[in-house]
Design a protein around this ligand. Structure first.
Ligand SMILES: Cc1cc2nc3c(=O)[nH]c(=O)nc-3n(C[C@H](O)[C@H](O)[C@H](O)COP(=O)(O)OP(=O)(O)OC[C@H]3O[C@@H](n4cnc5c(N)ncnc54)[C@H](O)[C@@H]3O)c2cc1C
Length: 464
């Protein structure tokens, strides 16, 4: 096992803001003003005279918006993402809590695997709805003196020989055929998983980044409930059900969020996707650890059950493109979007911002393709991809493609998960990885694996 990815991953996840940053360009343009675009803009504010974010949605809209249709679903902020938000915006999570987000700590967090409550570990989770969180990231980013947002739809890129020189866009309110151009030394694709950047590159006679997909056929359903009954003593509950005879695999989450609400997320695959029917939602909650049923039956539901379907996890391998133009990078879901049950998306986007900062601090030539940037991003994507696809590829309805060594990787990941149910040390290490604070290779050390085998044997002896 190579220690290099482990160390490089740790370096990208540091908590302190960079020092000694310097301006290396006049203007950077970010396409898409959601989590990844806003965090990229924050980083770019250290390196560009001017940063312009082009976003097609109304930034002042409340609640979920058309450009982020997943925004109505529960969004868990992993530790890795929280550390980066506090790094780029000092005091961010304190501000979030002061505004109404909910802090779950230690005993107030219950994690179940296949119906068994995991051994407790010291832990903290900050919970808020996705629009609430995003609005705070937007406010902090747009408060920077050299960042501004233009409401516009990006339509394409402008090129000169081997580099991107700017963006073509239609401003909000203009006719669709009114195309303006905005020159920039660096263009950032933050247009999410449906980004059309590949089409634009191809139209300009350049290769699109190769895309890898794992079909997961995932269904999500989220509903809100009033949180005004007797306190439950817990504020975040997660239930993971693994594939196995008679089981319905999936991850479900109950969490307290702002405005005195509970948010419950149910997930299921293929034929077992949850529907919009409130009665079915409650029935599913009754089959989960008790808190789900208590809330779903004992508290009034606010609004409808909102569903979402995601066909695949996908990644665009920019690092593999030979004729990549200079002046172009991509961040967030535009690079990779994973099965959301692992909650990695926003934290990955935050770590991509960290990659961008490391790249720009290395005094790169902007006349060259950003290969060093994409090499760093690859490390982050590989880590998240490893965690999510190793589990997804073991689901009965998922058909591959299976990477080399998949069986061994899955057996190890399964062993660690089982051992984490009873062994606090393993649970701690496991959480470091699933929360994107540590690289997955930290779990494949001989001492840890031996300990996991012992813990698993002990557990099997107790519950044969
Ligand atoms: C059901 C579901 C649940 C999830 N749960 C979690 C979770 O618990 N935790 C977590 O961390 N992540 C979660 N995610 C992932 C998370 O939503 C994404 O990873 C995250 O939103 C990625 O941010 P982004 O900025 O890259 O893209 P997006 O948030 O998708 O934003 C793309 C932005 O680009 C804009 N845009 C697109 N095209 C154009 C254009 N041509 N011109 C101008 N603007 C444009 C859009 O309007 C939008 O604002 C979940 C995802 C799903 C689907």
């Amino acid at each position: 096992m190579s220690r290099r990815p482990v160390r490089r991953f740790r370096e990208l996840g540091v908590a302190w803001p960079p020092v000694g940053t310097r301006i290396v360009m006049r203007r950077a343009v970010v396409l898409g003003g959601s989590i990844a675009g806003l965090l990229a803009a924050r980083v770019l504010s250290d390196h560009a005279d001017e940063v312009i974010v082009l976003e097609r949605d109304d930034p002042d809209a409340h609640g979920a918006r058309p450009g982020v249709p997943q925004g109505a679903q529960v969004h868990v902020l992993l530790h890795g993402g929280r550390v980066q938000l506090d790094r780029w915006f000092p005091g961010f999570s304190e501000g979030l809590l002061a505004d109404g987000a909910v802090l779950s700590k230690d005993d107030a967090i219950h994690m179940y695997v296949d119906g068994t409550l995991k051994v407790p570990v010291a832990d903290e989770i900050v919970s808020a709805s996705r629009p609430f969180l995003e609005s705070r990231v937007r406010a902090r980013t747009l408060a920077l003196r050299n960042v501004r947002l233009i409401r516009a739809r990006a339509r394409g890129l402008t090129f000169a020989t081997d580099r991107v020189t700017g963006v073509r866009y239609t401003a909000e309110g203009d006719p669709a055929d009114a195309i303006a151009e905005l020159p920039a030394e660096l263009v950032v694709d933050a247009m999410g998983r449906s980004s059309r950047l590949g089409d634009w590159l191809e139209e300009a006679g350049r290769p699109r980044p190769p895309m890898r997909r794992v079909g997961i056929d995932l269904g999500y359903a989220t509903a809100s409930f009033r949180r005004d009954g007797a306190p439950l003593g817990v504020s975040t509950v997660q239930s993971v059900v693994q594939p196995g005879a008679g089981r319905r695999p999936g991850v479900c989450v109950l969490t307290a969020v702002e405005d005195g609400r509970w948010s419950i997320l149910l997930s299921g695959f293929a034929d077992d996707r949850p529907t919009r029917d409130p009665e079915e939602f409650r029935a599913r909650c009754r089959r989960l650890p008790p808190f789900f049923g208590w809330v779903a039956e004992g508290s009034p539901m606010i609004g409808p059950v909102v569903t979402y379907r995601q066909a695949d996890s996908r990644r665009r391998d920019f690092h593999a493109v030979r004729r990549l133009p200079a002046g172009l990078v991509a961040v967030g879901d535009a690079v990779a979007s994973f099965n959301p049950v692992y909650g990695q998306g926003m934290s990955s986007a935050a770590l991509h911002a960290s990659c961008l900062s490391a790249y720009l601090r290395s005094a790169p030539s902007l006349a060259e393709p950003a290969r060093d940037y994409f090499a760093r991003v690859r490390l982050v994507v590989d880590a998240a991809w490893q965690t999510s696809t190793t589990n997804d590829l073991a689901l009965p309805h998922v058909t591959g493609p299976y990477p080399r060594g998949f069986r061994v990787a899955h057996r190890i990941s399964d062993l660690i998960l089982r051992a984490s149910v009873t062994d606090a040390e393993i649970n701690h290490r496991f959480l470091q990885v699933t929360h994107m604070r540590a690289h997955p290779n930290t779990l494949i050390r001989p001492g840890l694996l031996l300990r996991a085998m012992r813990a698993d044997r002990g557990r099997t002896a107790e519950h044969p």
